[in-house]
Write a new protein. Structure first.
Length: 581
């Protein structure tokens, strides 16, 4: 039975996976397609009416704001042109000949202008003017343009005895905002050709024609009482739209646009234009959503078919896979199928694997114990205590026989061995490392008959800093063996503080120097270090730094021909408790 379960089927047989996918796709998409056809025609009508109603409502709201703006200008201009107190002061100013009294009247009129403007935030520029005069401006709250001429302004309507213009650029010198304006004659005894000129607030026009209220991109057209377009928001749009015959008084489709019109009792018209593509954007959005739902349904049907297929076929493959994996990696735990019957079989298989692994691990453990005993036996033969005791005996014999040089040599050797082989913590202070290094250097000087000298420079504020033990000795050893010249050799060890966070350690010699390529290979290729005869020195130090500092350290080798080589290390400044031994 097992051999036949995983055999390939004949080519003419049907695939369960393809069959499930096909039927589930048909079952998912057919109802959706029928539902889409039924709802499309209803949704189209509903959305069209909704969009038209929304645009019409926003248009009426803008038109009401514009009518209110005209009425506010009308009311304010009457205050300045017909009100008894301010008009009387203007008349007295025109007739007064004394400069002092004219100055007082001017101040009073300016105060009243500022008061009215303060209480009417929809007002902007306000001025009393005499059109045609050499200096046409009598009073104003802002600086009026020198090119002031109402004859150049676009006419809008004539309403309640005043003329209205706009929209146009403000007459205020220091602004380029678009405003509406009005001009009305001042009616007072003895006053001729004096008019009050008013403009709306600098941002009122932008607030009135606000596209955000529509929820889509629209264009506005303003038509004055004579039927001419005074403002067109979209410069690419033709103004001929006002000449078309509207079959519907409020809505018309023309040249790829939907036009919505409002006729004001004041005599002007406001038209909103919407591109047909923008107008139908909600309908297109609904169609896109339907397509997304259809694609989601298709993907869901495919995934569902694959899921069902996996539930039927995948557990069989899983059992076979676990058997194969056991030969490759017996430690990997069994992956269950979440199907009760198959998981029972896989559970028994996991128990079998666990027992086999236990037996194998037991054998390996016994072999490791045997090897460990051999290693411990070997180490016991070179016990550091035995070496120390023997060297101490030699030291006392040398003293007893007056051999001072042998006594000194053995004393230094004992200290070096005690530091290197002792049970002292792997983390030591800079002072500990320097003391041990000086013992080592003295020992080497005796060995080499004092053919070289060494100098140690250490900042006082870093002697208590913590570093890994046996960090500098391998570098100094390399400097002695390979870096010093044959005569008058010199090794410089420098430890400095770099700021408050880092420490710099340098070992320099006066040998032949090293080229950059060799320096790079020494730091990055362990086998190259061995070939050069440098032992474990650089390789050991590099690994030690990476172990305790990771990416926070830097190590660099620089050489100058016939001058020497310098190994520079920069490490973070840490205390002993900051390390994890």
């Amino acid at each position: 039975m097992k051999s036949r379960i995983f055999q390939r089927r004949p080519l003419a047989s049907r695939s369960l996976r393809r069959t499930l996918v096909f039927y589930l796709i048909i079952g998912s998409l057919l109802p959706l397609a029928l539902l889409g056809l039924v709802t499309y025609f209803s949704i189209y009508s509903i959305l069209t009416n909704k969009i038209q109603s929304g645009i019409s409502a926003s248009l009426k709201q803008e038109a009401a704001s514009l009518e209110n703006t005209i009425n506010n200008l009308d009311f304010a201009s009457k205050q300045f042109a017909l009100d008894g107190q301010i008009v009387d002061e203007v008349a007295r100013f025109m007739q007064e000949s004394q400069v002092y009294k004219k100055s007082q009247l001017m101040s009073s009129i300016n105060e009243k202008i500022n008061l009215v403007n303060f209480t009417n935030p929809y007002l902007g520029l306000t001025a009393y003017v005499i059109p045609g005069a050499e200096d046409p401006v009598l009073f104003t709250n802002f600086t009026l343009s020198r090119n002031f001429d109402t004859g150049k302004l676009p006419p809008f309507i004539t309403y309640n005895g005043a003329s209205y213009f706009g929209p146009h650029k403000t007459m205020y010198n220091n602004s380029s905002n678009i405003v509406f304006s009005s001009i009305r004659v001042v009616q007072a005894p003895g006053v001729k050709n004096v008019y009050v000129y008013l403009e709306t607030n600098y941002n009122l026009f932008a607030k009135i024609l606000n596209q955000q209220s529509y929820g889509m991109k629209v264009s506005h057209l303003l038509v004055n009482e004579e039927g001419a377009v005074t403002y067109i928001e979209n410069k690419d749009m033709s103004s001929d739209v006002v000449k078309t015959k509207w079959s519907n008084d409020q809505h018309e489709i023309y040249q790829g646009y939907h036009f919505f019109r409002y006729k004001s009792p004041q005599g002007w018209q406001l038209i909103t234009a919407v591109k047909q593509s923008t107008f139908n954007s909600e309908i297109y959005s609904w169609l896109r959503k339907m397509l997304i739902v259809a694609m989601a349904s298709l993907i869901f049907a495919v995934l569902l078919a694959l899921f069902i297929w996996k539930q039927v076929y995948r557990p069989l493959r899983k059992v076979n896979l676990e058997i194969v994996r056991m030969a490759e990696n017996r430690e990997t735990p069994v992956t269950y199928t979440q199907v009760e019957e198959f998981d029972l079989l896989l559970g028994n298989f996991q128990d079998m694997k666990t027992k086999i692994n236990g037996l194998i691990n037991e054998v390996e453990h016994n072999e490791k114990q045997k090897s460990q005993l051999e290693i411990e036996k070997l180490l016991s033969q070179i016990n550091p205590h035995f070496l120390h005791n023997t060297l101490n005996t030699v030291q006392w014999l040398a003293r007893m026989n007056g051999q001072k040089e042998i006594d000194k040599l053995v004393t230094l050797l004992v200290k070096v061995l005690h530091y290197n082989l002792g049970k002292k913590s792997i983390i030591v202070t800079v002072q500990d490392e320097i003391d041990a290094l000086q013992n080592y250097m003295e020992l080497q000087r005796i060995r080499y008959d004092y053919e070289f000298e060494y100098v140690v420079h250490v900042d006082e504020d870093v002697v208590s800093a913590a570093i890994p033990r046996f960090l500098l000795q391998p570098l100094v050893e390399n400097a002695i063996y390979h870096g010093t010249s044959e005569r008058n050799g010199r090794v410089d060890i420098t430890i400095r503080a770099r700021g408050s966070d880092t420490v710099s350690l340098q070992v320099a010699d006066n040998g032949e120097g090293i080229d950059p390529q060799t320096a790079h290979q020494l730091l990055n290729e362990d086998d190259f270090t061995a070939k050069r005869g440098l032992g474990i020195g650089l390789s050991y130090v590099n690994r030690l730094l990476k172990r305790f500092y990771g990416e926070q350290m830097t190590i660099d080798i620089t050489g100058i021909p016939n001058v020497g080589t310098t190994i520079s290390i920069v490490i973070p400044r840490k205390a002993r408790e900051d390390f994890d031994d």
